[in-house]
Write a protein that binds this ligand. Structure first.
Ligand SMILES: [Zn+2]
Length: 360
C-alpha cells in the first residue's frame, strides 16, 4: 500500500532525524582546545574559528620559559580535546602539568616536521653557575612577572602540578650546571619566529582539529588556506623590507636569544647577553663581551623585549651610546590594545621596528 509505505518512510525519516539531532547539536558545540601560550592560542583561533573554545595557558606578555601552571590550567587540560604545544622543550613545565591533569585528548606538537636550528654554543653564553642556580629560584621569577604586568590570577600556583617543583628545580639547576647550560634541549624552540615555519604550525594545528572534530574539517581547511595566504604575504613583505638593509646594518642586539629563525630567514644577525631561555641570566663576562662587540661593530641600536626585564639592555645602551630601538616581541603577544595582539601583528611589528631602527 503506497500510503502506508509513505507513512512508514516518513516515520523512519522522523526517527532518523531525532537520532541525528543530538549528534548534530554536539558537533555545533565548540570543542575545548588548550594552547600553551598566546601565539599558539591565536593560531588555533584562526583555524578553529567558531568551532573551538580556546584556553591559552600563558597569556599576553607572559614568559613561557619560566611559567608555573595553576590548578585552573590542570582543569582546562583535563577537559581539552586537543592540547597544542610548541615542543622543542619550550614548555619545560608541560609534563608536570599533564601528570597533574586527566588529559585524554590529542596532544599536538606544533613544530612537528619543521627544520629546527640546532643549539649552538656561540648562541648560548649563559651565566655563571652561581647566577644560573639562583635564577631558578621562584621569588625572582615572580618579581619579573609582576614588573612585566602579568596576569596575577595565574599566580596561585597548582599545588598538584608543582608538588615536586622545588626538588625538581634543585635537580635541574645541578644538571644544567653540569651540562654547560644546555638547559633547553638541543634546538632553539622559538621556531614561530620564522613565518615559513608558521605555515607548518598551522598545517599541524589544522590536521589535529580535523581529527578531533571531523564534522567541521572542511571549515578548518578553508580557514587554513586563507590564513596561510596571509602568512606568506607577510613573509614576502618583510623579505622585501629587509632586502634593502646595507650589509653593515644587519646586526641586532636583543635581551635573550629568541630571533635566530627570524635572522636566518631575512639575513640578520642577532646577538644577546642572555641565552635561549630567560631562565639563565647573563654573566658579567658575557655582558662585557657584548659591550665590546657593540663598540667594535658600531651597532647603534639595541632592542628590549616585552617579556624580559629591560634594565640590562638599558645599561648596555647607556654604556655604549647605542639607542633603544624599540620593543620586540619574541615569544608572547601583547594585550588587545598593544602593538602585537595577534601573531601576524607581532611579526609585522617586530619587522617594522627593526627596519626603522636599522635604517635610521
Ligand atoms: Zn625565549
Amino acid at each position: 500500500m503506497p500510503t502506508r509505505r509513505a507513512f512508514l518512510n516518513v516515520a523512519t525519516a522522523v526517527l532518523a532525524l531525532s537520532l541525528a539531532a543530538p549528534a548534530a547539536a554536539q558537533s555545533d558545540r565548540p570543542i575545548p582546545v588548550v594552547a600553551t601560550f598566546s601565539i599558539l592560542g591565536d593560531m588555533v583561533k584562526h583555524i578553529g574559528g567558531e568551532h573551538v573554545d580556546v584556553t591559552t595557558l600563558v597569556g599576553p606578555d607572559g614568559d613561557t620559559h619560566v611559567y608555573q601552571p595553576t590548578p585552573a590550567d590542570a582543569r582546562a587540560v583535563s577537559e581539552a580535546r586537543v592540547l597544542v604545544v610548541n615542543g622543542l622543550q619550550f614548555e619545560g613545565w608541560l609534563d608536570r602539568l599533564i601528570d597533574a591533569s586527566d588529559f585524554r585528548g590529542i596532544r599536538l606538537v606544533a613544530t612537528e616536521g619543521i627544520e629546527p636550528i640546532a643549539f649552538d654554543d656561540e648562541h648560548d653564553q649563559g651565566g655563571s653557575l652561581e647566577v644560573h642556580a639562583e635564577e631558578a629560584g621562584h621569588d625572582h621569577d615572580h618579581d619579573d612577572q609582576a614588573e612585566a604586568g602579568h596576569d596575577h590570577d595565574r599566580e596561585e600556583h597548582a599545588e598538584a602540578a608543582t608538588r615536586d617543583h622545588d626538588d625538581d628545580h634543585d635537580d635541574e639547576a645541578h644538571a644544567e650546571a653540569g651540562d654547560d647550560h644546555h638547559d633547553h634541549g638541543a634546538f632553539d624552540p622559538h621556531a614561530w619566529q620564522s613565518l615559513g615555519h608558521a605555515v607548518a604550525y598551522v598545517d599541524n594545528i589544522t590536521a589535529a582539529l580535523a581529527q578531533a572534530d571531523p564534522a567541521n574539517a572542511a571549515d578548518f581547511y578553508q580557514n587554513r588556506a586563507a590564513y596561510s595566504a596571509e602568512i606568506e604575504a607577510l613573509d614576502a613583505e618583510i623579505r622585501e623590507s629587509m632586502a634593502g638593509l646595507p650589509a653593515d646594518r644587519r646586526i641586532v642586539v636583543t635581551s635573550h636569544d629568541a630571533f635566530q629563525y627570524f635572522g636566518r630567514d631575512y639575513g640578520l644577525t642577532f646577538i644577546a647577553p642572555q641565552g635561549l631561555s630567560t631562565e639563565s641570566e647573563a654573566s658579567a663576562k658575557d655582558v662585557a663581551r657584548l659591550i665590546q662587540q657593540i663598540r667594535e661593530r658600531d651597532i647603534r641600536a639595541v632592542f628590549i623585549e616585552n617579556v624580559a626585564d629591560p634594565r640590562l639592555l638599558k645599561r648596555i645602551a647607556d654604556e655604549t651610546g647605542a639607542t633603544i630601538g624599540g620593543t620586540l616581541y619574541p615569544g608572547a603577544l601583547s594585550g588587545p590594545d598593544g602593538p602585537a595582539p595577534t601573531y601576524l601583528d607581532m611579526m609585522r611589528h617586530n619587522a617594522t621596528t627593526l627596519a626603522q631602527a636599522l635604517t635610521s
